[in-house]
Design a protein around this ligand. Structure first.
Ligand code: MN
Length: 237
């Protein structure tokens, strides 16, 4: 199929300076996989989210800062990083709307956490303080290098990758702690930290804790984006 699906990409947002951008990796990876990147501004209501999503074929939740404890229903703990509540609210609204509309969704790093929270799950505010014995998930190598192994469960992700174990990069200090109802775990790090979730029965609704977009020369990373774009074209992977 030749037509290029339009992929809505969420962005970092700084209200005072009005700087709105995603890392270039996401945009380039969507292009490389055959999609048209389309940056989504902050939305404020479910209605605005629904209107925006009517114009796109797929939805990509990008990495970024921490989700405000406000949206976790928790008090802030030591170890929480920079929060941008407008972005949190916007991405939660867009995610809920995308799930309702059945729009293919890929959530990366912060994106898996937004997906989990929007669907009713929970996250650790800081792995090192809330999960004793965790690996160092904030890698000290450049982001295009792999850092730790993950084990892949029976899942759509396993179907896409055709592997039970792969090496991934790791640039996070938060992680999913409770998987939302209707979702299942698709990947796990050696310390038990969740590295992948997906919505059961959905056409394509995947959250990944690592950054495949930053490794365009890695076969597995490309397989994930190619499968996402295919799903956005209405094909099954
Ligand atoms: Mn990790």
């Amino acid at each position: 199929m030749n037509w290029k699906p339009i992929i809505g990409i969420t962005v970092a947002h700084y209200t005072e300076e009005l700087r709105t951008f995603p890392r270039e990796y996401y945009v380039e990876m969507i292009r490389k996989a055959g999609g048209i990147p389309f940056l989504i501004p902050i939305v404020h209501t479910l209605e605005e989210a629904s209107e925006v999503l009517q114009h796109i074929d797929g939805f990509l939740l990008t990495g970024g800062g921490d989700i405000s404890p406000l949206y976790l229903g928790e008090h802030p703990l030591y170890g929480i990083g920079d929060c941008f509540p407008e972005r949190d609210q916007s991405e939660i609204l867009l995610t809920r709307s995308a799930i309702l509309q059945g729009i293919p969704l890929l959530g990366i790093c912060r994106g898996i956490q937004v997906l989990a929270v929007a669907a009713g799950g929970k996250i650790y505010q800081d792995i090192s303080r809330q999960y004793p014995g965790a690996l160092q998930h904030a890698q000290t190598a450049p982001r295009n290098h792999v850092w730790h192994e993950i084990r892949i469960m029976d899942s759509k992700l396993a179907d896409i990758l055709g592997e039970q174990r792969i090496l991934v990069n790791s640039l996070h200090h938060q992680a999913v702690s409770e998987i939302p109802e209707g979702f299942s775990k698709s990947a796990m790090a050696p310390d038990g930290i969740i590295e992948g979730i997906e919505k059961s029965g959905a056409k394509f609704c995947l959250g990944l804790q690592w950054h495949p977009e930053a490794m365009p020369n890695d076969r597995h990373s490309m397989d994930i984006f190619n499968a996402f774009i295919k799903a956005c074209q209405g094909e099954s992977s």
